[in-house]
Design a protein around this ligand. Structure first.
Ligand SMILES: [Zn+2]
Length: 99
C-alpha cells in the first residue's frame, strides 16, 4: 500500500527537528526510509539465493547453509538423511520469503 505524499507531515517533522536543535533529515533519505517500509511489507519481492547461519541447537551449535536451492547442516542427522530439525526450522522461519 502506497502512502500518499503529505507535505504537512514533512513540514511538522522539520519544525520539530529545528525546535529540538537537531539537524533536519535529508528529504531523499526520508523518501528512502518510506520506500524501505513499503518494500518490507512485500516479502515476495525477495528471493534468497544464499544463506549461512549458526544455529544454536539443544546440545551443540550447527552451521547451516542454503545455496542453489539446497540446505546443508553439519549435524549427523543431516549427513545421513539430507534433512534435519535445524534446516526444517530455518524453512519455517523463512517461509515468508521465497527460497
Ligand atoms: Zn542439522
Amino acid at each position: 500500500m502506497w502512502r500518499e505524499y503529505n507535505p504537512n507531515r514533512k513540514r511538522r517533522k522539520l519544525t520539530r527537528d529545528i525546535e529540538e536543535g537537531q539537524k533536519p533529515m535529508d528529504s531523499s533519505l526520508v523518501r528512502k526510509i518510506e520506500k524501505a517500509k513499503d518494500y518490507a511489507e512485500q516479502p515476495d519481492r525477495v528471493k534468497i539465493t544464499q544463506y549461512k547461519a549458526q544455529f544454536r541447537g539443544g546440545n551443540n551449535d550447527h552451521s547451516i547453509t542454503y545455496e542453489t536451492g539446497r540446505w546443508d547442516c553439519d549435524c549427523s542427522y543431516f549427513s545421513g538423511r539430507g534433512t534435519c530439525n535445524h534446516t526444517m526450522a530455518m524453512d519455517l522461519m523463512l517461509n515468508r520469503m521465497a527460497l
